[in-house]
Design a protein around this ligand. Structure first.
Ligand code: UGA
Length: 439
């Protein structure tokens, strides 16, 4: 078993730390935020993830995981330091690597024994070469230090499960020493390990995410055409899915992909290509389709209604997908300002994301309209003139066609997640519009 330090306690870092502890390693999670560290020590997770708090508490009680701001000691004692800090997007689409650089320098200045630095954060191809050089430049003691790439493939909402039951572990190394050490660290997971060089590992992450984004944008593009010619995109997707070269996953058309990964990683790869004098046409197309898709329903509704001014607008779902309180790049963030600007009175419901949303749009008057947060889907729908479904939470799916008909003043529903049968909605007396399915 190894002594592992993890830098950063966001989705990537904290979940990795807990998973290593669960596998029997001795883990120290480092974060600069004192409050967050205190919270984690008392068994509270700073992020909402199924099973995460249980595993944090179990491994903390067993003495296998600790949380600290004292990075000096954590890095000094570690056999390996995993970096899971954020790489947010710069204005030009490139990745901001300043958090990685800070951690790299702290490692260089503090390690006193041989140490493998493992970058889990998503970083542009070639970054880990630079990180290694950077560490060597600032290294204080005469020790062996190398950088490995070990991209993360977890999805928010199922982060713990995805980590413990990953489809593959990608390790990108430049020496036998690094490769063997990482393989030993991952041995207890009993998962397939793909060992490649550092740049290929970095590229596998982007190529995988961008492929999935492309798949979604492709289906959204097809959906828009389906609607024009009278086909049903859900039937089309089902028909396609029997071909196992296509597969059945990520074929759901809707109001576009959001989250912290696909939007950022598509732009980052496009940027990397342009820096190398290449135009990545497919990824560029995925980005373009996604941009238009997010306000598709707003535009449809605008054509149907004279104005949103003074209308009660129900919004069901604010987060970019169910199972998370994350709002990053969520379609709701694109649509709410448009509606408020039109003078709409929004009643928004989200089982876990409302508090985060209220930080961006506080309850009350905002622009020309107002926004109110309610505790149930029914409360949002009560007396509404129009409803937008943005996230497929179980609580949102549970609203029946009769529910819309009964609760709304005018049962007019724009469904960004294709949750209902057009026929059943019509039979219930609901005017219903969705994505890629002609009404
Ligand atoms: C994504 C990838 O799925 C993970 O494999 C990857 O590790 C992660 O990014 C990352 O790079 O960290 P995540 O962003 O958490 O995970 O969420 P997804 O479940 O992939 O959904 C992303 C977006 O695509 C959501 O807005 C979702 O609604 C949308 N989506 C997904 C569709 O519109 N249609 C689909 O068929 C599937």
């Amino acid at each position: 078993m190894f002594k592992i330090a993890v830098a950063g306690t966001g989705y990537v870092g904290l979940v990795a730390g807990v998973a290593f502890a669960e596998m029997g390693h001795q883990v120290t999670c480092v974060d600069i935020d004192e409050k967050k560290v205190e919270m984690m020590k008392s068994g509270i997770s700073p992020i909402y993830e199924t099973d995460l708090e249980d595993l944090m508490q179990k491994n903390y009680a067993a003495g296998r995981i600790e949380y600290t701001t004292d990075y000096q000691s954590a890095y000094r004692e570690a056999d390996a330091v995993f970096i899971g800090v954020g790489t947010p997007e710069n204005a030009d689409g490139s990745a901001n690597l300043s958090y990685i650089a800070t951690v790299a320098r702290q490692i260089a200045e503090n390690i006193e024994k041989d140490c493998l630095v493992v970058v889990k954060s998503t970083v542009p191809v070639g970054t880990n070469d630079k990180v290694e050089q950077f560490i060597h430049d600032f290294l204080v003691n005469d020790v062996r230090v190398e950088v490995a790439s070990n991209p993360e493939f977890l999805a928010q909402g199922s982060a713990v499960h995805d980590t413990l039951h990953a489809k593959r572990i990608i390790i990108g190394t430049e020496s036998k020493w690094a490769e063997e050490l990482l393989k030993k660290i991952y041995e207890p997971f009993k998962l397939p390990i793909v060992s490649v060089n550092r740049k290929s590992a970095e590229m596998i992450k982007y190529a995988s995410n961008d492929f999935l984004a492309l798949k979604i944008s492709y289906m959204n593009d097809i959906a828009n055409l389906c609607e024009l010619v009278g086909a049903d995109v859900q039937d089309v997707a089902e028909g396609m899915s029997f071909d196992d070269r296509i597969g059945s996953k990520f074929l759901n058309a809707g109001i576009g992909y959001g989250g912290s990964c696909f939007p950022k990683d598509t732009k980052a790869l496009e940027y990397l290509a342009s820096q190398n004098g290449y135009v990545l046409k497919t990824v560029k197309a995925a980005i373009d389709v996604n941009k238009d898709q997010k306000t598709l329903l707003y535009k449809k509704a605008s054509n149907r209604l004279i104005t949103f001014n003074g209308l009660k607008v129900a919004i069901l779902g604010l987060t970019f997908k169910p199972g998370t309180d994350d709002l990053r790049e969520a379609p709701s963030l694109e649509n709410v300002p448009l509606l408020l600007d039109q003078g709409a009175d929004i009643y928004a419901y989200d089982p876990v994301g409302a508090a985060n949303f209220a930080r961006v749009y506080p309850e009350g008057k905002s622009s020309k309209g107002t926004i109110t947060y309610v505790d149930t889907a029914e409360a949002a729908l009560e007396g509404a003139n129009v409803c937008f479904i943005f996230t497929e939470w179980g609580e949102v799916k549970a609203v029946t066609p009769e529910g819309y008909k009964m609760l709304m003043r005018t049962p007019l529903v724009y469904d960004g997640r294709n949750l209902h049968s057009i026929q059943v909605m019509e039979e219930a007396g609901v005017e219903y519009y969705s994505v890629g399915r002609a009404p």
